[in-house]
Design a protein around this ligand. Structure first.
Ligand code: ADP
Ligand code: MG
Length: 459
């Protein structure tokens, strides 16, 4: 077998041809951006821009890719995605990192710096194509203000769940700020990228000179700072970087899936810094906004075979846990209709095509214990960590007991499981289960709180 082994180039050529024949739209949208890297045995390494891209393929087109890699000269290949690989840049695409023209003219240092900082910014994420609704307006407005008037609030800290538009907003800030002021050096990085850079420098025992470069930026956008959790040494470096920029009045914007105080083991000094500017929560947009996102996507499509309103409404109504999922489901349906030439897709067929996504959605809708804990904490104005802590004062013990009771009422978890989620044993949960209804009878405020919370959680 080894002697007949196909090269990665040939493997991908065959797979790509199969994918194109199967569904050209899907190929162009997704697979054309995959970079074949290497093959070892029956495993191929495929480069993709980032984890989001990999996840979209895994979640939606796993079976299609698997088919394309099956039975190539008798071998079934499996794959692994390697984030961090940009597809070859097309002619009219933005920054040229590969020099194609002979002897490029020397660039002025400032331009060079700007070009470098542009490297990982996505031009397609703008404020213009961010649909605004009640759930994301505060974060949107704050981000736009920060882009227009850098330094207005420093730092701006945006938090929200997965797929709600955090990364989109950061890139939109970068694009808008540069448009307004082309000389501006804006650096976007995921927190993990920054931490890797710190780590490399520390490993090589290089002077932190190299790191000065990043201190010279005009605006720093750090995505997913919850990655700082528990990384003590790195937090120190991050703190220094933060201060250096902050003291020069440079705009810093951070995103995270949690509030600063909820990031586990985050140095108090960082929590204080993160909370010292403006904090804005980003939620999944409501039905109307979800529909508007789908309409916008439909308008942008070139294909003649466009999905009818009833499909968009079906998607907006049934996929409400993340915009990323919503978009993924839209692509799946569109690619199906344009690829198969089937313009008579029925809703029942659509439902069938989206079975996996709809199942995921139902799971996402199951109320988790963490959601209950967070909702209860917010309702009573106590922190998430205090709710899970040991303090026994009434202001905390009562909400904690209510949260336990709601976990019992609204989830299928056993008392042991709920106990574990609170760091308590099952007897404590049984106690809460008995106590809370009694409290509700004797105390109108508690009764009202419990019913409001139930309603909120079951929405
Ligand atoms: P997060 O970083 O919060 O996980 P992303 O910013 O990656 O989420 O968003 C996921 C996808 O949803 C992206 O394609 C993004 O463009 C899209 N998206 C999210 N919110 C909106 C919105 N309000 N309007 C238009 N597209 C959105
Ligand atoms: Mg993101």
């Amino acid at each position: 077998m080894e002697t007949n082994a196909l090269s990665i180039a040939v493997i991908w050529e065959i797979a790509a041809n199969r994918l194109k024949r199967r569904n050209l739209c899907l190929y162009q949208q997704w697979f054309s951006k995959v970079v074949p890297l290497s093959v070892e045995g029956n495993k191929v390494m495929l480069g993709v821009t980032d984890e989001f891209f990999a996840m979209m393929i895994e979640d939606n087109y796993d079976d299609i890719l698997s088919d394309a890699l099956t039975n190539l000269e008798g071998v079934d290949y499996v794959w692994e995605f390697v984030p961090g690989h940009e597809p070859a840049v097309k002619k009219d695409d933005k920054p040229k990192t590969v020099s194609v023209s002979p002897a490029p003219a020397p660039v002025a240092p400032k331009q060079e710096k700007a070009a470098r900082s542009q490297r990982n910014c996505l031009p397609e994420y703008t404020f213009e194509n961010f649909v605004v609704g009640a759930e994301n307006r505060p974060a949107f407005v704050a981000a736009r203000n920060a882009a227009e008037t850098p330094g207005v609030y420093n730092p701006l800290y945006i938090f929200g769940g997965s797929g709600v538009g955090k990364t989109h907003l950061l890139h939109a800030v970068a694009n808008a700020a540069r448009k307004q002021n082309p000389g501006m050096v804006v650096r976007y990085a995921t927190c993990d990228e920054l931490l890797n850079d710190f780590y490399d420098l520390l490993q090589q025992k290089k002077s932190l000179n190299e790191f000065r470069e990043i201190r010279n930026v005009d605006m720093l956008l750090v995505d997913d700072v919850h990655s700082l959790a528990k990384k003590n040494q790195m937090q120190e470096e991050f703190f220094n970087l933060f201060n250096a920029l902050y003291n020069q009045g440079k705009q810093i914007i951070l995103t995270s899936d949690k509030q600063p105080c909820e990031i586990s083991d985050l140095d108090k000094r960082l929590v204080t810094r993160f909370e010292s500017g403006m904090t804005a929560e980003l939620g999944v947009p409501e039905f109307e906004a979800r529909l508007a996102i789908l309409r916008m996507m439909r308008n942008e499509m070139i294909s003649k075979n466009k999905l009818g309103d009833e499909f968009l409404e079906f998607l907006a109504a049934n996929i409400s846990s993340s915009v990323r999922r919503l978009k993924g489901a839209f692509y799946r349906l569109t690619c199906y209709t344009s690829g198969s030439g089937n313009d008579k897709l029925t809703l029942a067929e659509a439902e069938d095509l989206l079975r996996i996504q709809l199942d995921q959605e139902n799971k996402a809708r199951d109320i988790s214990m963490e959601t209950i804990q967070r909702t209860v904490a917010t309702h009573f104005g106590v922190t998430f960590s205090a709710l899970l802590g040991k303090e026994r004062t009434r202001t905390i013990a009562e909400p904690r007991m209510i949260a336990m009771y709601l976990c019992r009422e609204l989830t299928e978890n056993s008392t042991n499981e709920i106990g574990a989620a609170f760091g308590k044993n099952h007897a404590t949960i049984l106690h809460a289960e008995k106590q809370v209804p009694k409290l509700c009878e004797s105390n109108e405020a508690v009764r009202r709180a419990v019913s409001t919370l139930k309603r909120q959680l079951q929405k």
